[in-house]
Design a protein around this ligand. Structure first.
Ligand SMILES: Nc1ncnc2c1ncn2[C@@H]1O[C@H](COP(=O)(O)OP(=O)(O)OP(=O)(O)O)[C@@H](O)[C@H]1O
Length: 265
């Protein structure tokens, strides 16, 4: 199990950024108006499971949006705020994951009267995600954790090779987070998942991308990293409870020691 979780990536590059400026909006030269990640150099390889870390505002969603653009229909997408329609039932929200694949008529018909096959498929996914019996319930009447699982079900329903998730396990307990990540892994050969649970990043993923102040400061296999390395991504985190001691200055991982400085393993 351990070796499976930490397998080194061997697949070809799926997306490569080479000193690229990522941000929001475009000026006349096609450069971002609001620059978030200047000069980003990064490669996503097929077969990798990547944890994307960094404090709020560090650019995780910006990077995921760019990956999503480049990967197009190869990637399933689970957005940060779920993107669900609260008035519609769980079934319809999950079905919308594949709406572009259906004709307009089939899509509309299915809203009124669910078609047998998607009804069965969505029901199976709901059962896997602990949402049994909720297919007809409007999403607006679900708990935060249940909504999160509906958003994951919708992404799984897309049946893509790659999974991109913006904090898809933020509202569930650690045990459930592991279960959900296992379901995601079982259905996708490659994933990039933004999250804040550092232990989970080290225990579950092959690689960490760590963003801080507009820079990719960690790009390393998890086996080469410690929790202390990941702590450096959160300079604004609360000081230790022991008020008598001087707060320790944040220590960046030694760049020479990190595999992103040494090249790929
Ligand atoms: N549509 C947008 N237009 C302009 N600036 C934006 C836009 N979306 C985000 N930003 C800015 O880009 C920066 C990075 O935001 P981003 O959402 O990528 O961070 P994040 O790491 O995902 O944060 P969080 O963990 O809070 O979701 C922030 O300064 C944010 O204000």
């Amino acid at each position: 199990m351990e070796s499976e979780q930490r397998r080194p990536p061997t697949g070809p590059a799926l997306v490569r950024f080479e000193a690229e400026d990522l941000g929001h909006g475009r000026d006349r030269q096609g450069r971002p108006r609001h620059l978030v990640l200047p000069g980003l150099t990064l490669t996503l390889h097929e077969g990798e499971r990547v944890a994307l870390l960094g404090q709020s505002g560090s650019g995780k969603s910006t990077l995921l949006a760019e990956l999503r653009d480049r990967l197009g229909t190869r990637a399933a997408w689970c957005p940060q705020h779920h993107g669900l329609v609260p008035q519609l039932a769980v079934y319809h929200n999950v079905f919308m994951g594949r709406l572009p694949e259906h004709s307009t008529l089939a899509g509309l018909w299915n809203l009124v009267r669910p078609l047998a096959r998607p009804w069965r498929e969505v029901g199976e996914l709901c059962a896997l995600l602990g949402l049994e019996g909720l297919a007809r319930r409007p999403v607006g009447r679900l708990s935060g954790g249940q909504r999160q699982r509906v958003a994951i079900a919708r992404a799984l329903y897309q049946r893509r090779a790659i999974f991109l998730g913006d904090e898809p396990v933020a509202s569930v307990d650690p045990h459930q987070a592991l279960r959900l990540l296992a379901l995601i892994d079982a259905r996708h050969s490659t994933s990039v998942v933004a999250l804040h649970q550092r232990e989970l990043a080290l225990s579950h993923f092959d690689r960490v991308w760590g963003l801080r102040e507009g820079r990719l400061v960690i790009d390393a296999p998890t086996r080469a990293l410690t929790l202390d390395d990941l702590d450096t991504l959160y300079p604004d985190a609360d000081a230790p409870a022991d008020a008598s001691s001087e707060p320790a200055a944040p220590t960046m991982p030694n760049p020479e020691a990190l595999p992103c400085a040494r090249g790929r393993p």
